[in-house]
Design a protein around this ligand. Structure first.
Ligand code: ATP
Length: 285
C-alpha cells in the first residue's frame, strides 16, 4: 500500500482533552479547521483541489494565556519535529549584525530535508515568540539601527520561499497585534490569525483541573478545596497566573509543616502534607 505523506498524518488517537490546555477547545478547533485541515486530507486531494497548505499562523493575546502551549501541542498533533523556538528580542539583541544569518539558519534544516525527501519529509515548525520585537513596523523604529527592518525583510523573503516547501509551518506569537508589520500577515505568510484571550470561568475551572490533576489523583489535595469556587474567585487570571496560584498554595501548605527559620523543621509530617482550601485563600490574597 502507498504510504501517505507524513504531512498528512495526525498523531493516532489524538484527543484535545489530553493536551493539558484548558478552556481553548473552541480556538483549537477553529485553528485546526482554518489552518490544518488540508494537512490531514487524503494524499492527492490537496493537488486535486489545487490549493496550498497554510504555511503560517499568528496567535495573539495577553501574556500567559497558553499561546506557547498551544503551538507546541499543534506540533505534537501534527507529528512534527520538535519545534524551533526563537524569541524576537534575542534575535535582535544577542546577534546584532548576524540576525539575517540566524533567520537563514532557522529554515535550513527544513529546506535541506525537503530537497532530499519532498513531501515525505517530516513537518518542521518554527515558533517566533514575541514576534513584535522583531517586527516593529518597518520605518517606524524610533532612531533605531534599522536592524529590525532588515530582519523583517529577511523573514519576508524566507516566508515567500516557504511557499515552495510543504514541510514547514510558521507560528508567530505576540501580545501586541498592532505592532506586527502588516506585510507579515498577508495570505501566504502568517495568514491565519487567532486571538487567545483570558479564560472565562469555565476555562479557569478546566485550567485549575489540569494544574491540580496530579495532587488530586495522588490524594495530596484536601477535600475542602472547591475548584468551582476558585474558578469564580480568579476572574481576569491568565492560565499562567492560575498555575502560579496552585504553586503558591503548595508553598503555604509546606509552610504549615515547617518551623520557620530552620530546615530541621522538616519532618515526616511533610509527607502527610495536603493542600487545603485555606492555602488557596492565602495564595489568592
Ligand atoms: P507569553 O505571551 O507570555 O509568551 P503564552 O500565552 O505563550 O505567554 P504560555 O507560555 O503558553 O503562555 O503559558 C505559560 C504557562 O501557563 C504554561 O506552561 C501553563 O503551565 C500555564 N497555562 C497558560 N495557559 C494555560 C491554559 N490555557 N491551560 C493550561 N495551562 C495554561
Amino acid at each position: 500500500a502507498k504510504k501517505p505523506a507524513p504531512n498528512s498524518i495526525i498523531t493516532p488517537n489524538f484527543k484535545f482533552e489530553d493536551m493539558g490546555i484548558g478552556g481553548l477547545d473552541q480556538e483549537f478547533g477553529a485553528i485546526f479547521r482554518r489552518a490544518f485541515a488540508s494537512r490531514v486530507f487524503p494524499p492527492g486531494l490537496v493537488e486535486k483541489l489545487g490549493i496550498q497548505h497554510v504555511k503560517g499562523i499568528l496567535l495573539f493575546g495577553p501574556p500567559g494565556t497558553g499561546k506557547t502551549l498551544m503551538a507546541r501541542q499543534i506540533g505534537k498533533m501534527l507529528n512534527a519535529r520538535e519545534p524551533k523556538i526563537v524569541n524576537g528580542p534575542e534575535i535582535l539583541n544577542k546577534f546584532v549584525g548576524q540576525s539575517e544569518e540566524n533567520i537563514r539558519k532557522l529554515f535550513a534544516d527544513a529546506e535541506k530535508e525537503y530537497k532530499e525527501k519532498g513531501d515525505e519529509s517530516g513537518l518542521h515548525i518554527i515558533i517566533f515568540d514575541e514576534l513584535d520585537a522583531i517586527c516593529k513596523q518597518r520605518g517606524s523604529s524610533q532612531g533605531g539601527t534599522g536592524v529590525g527592518d532588515s530582519v523583517v525583510n529577511q523573514l519576508l523573503s524566507k516566508m515567500d520561499g516557504v511557499d515552495q516547501l510543504n514541510n514547514i509551518l510558521l507560528i508567530g506569537m505576540t501580545n501586541r497585534l498592532d505592532m506586527i508589520d502588516e506585510a507579515l500577515l498577508r495570505p501566504g505568510r502568517l495568514e491565519v490569525h487567532m486571538e487567545i484571550s483570558l479564560p472565562d470561568e469555565n476555562g479557569r475551572l478546566q485550567i485549575l483541573n489540569i494544574h491540580t490533576a496530579k495532587m488530586r489523583n495522588n490524594g495530596v489535595m484536601d477535600a475542602d478545596v472547591d475548584l468551582v469556587e476558585l474558578a469564580a474567585l480568579t476572574k481576569n487570571f491568565s492560565g499562567a497566573e492560575i498555575g502560579g496560584l496552585v504553586k503558591s498554595a503548595t508553598s503555604f501548605a509546606f509552610n504549615r509543616h515547617v518551623k520557620v527559620g530552620t530546615m530541621a523543621g522538616i519532618s515526616d509530617d511533610v509527607e502527610n502534607m495536603k493542600i487545603n482550601r485555606n492555602d488557596f485563600m492565602n495564595a489568592l490574597e
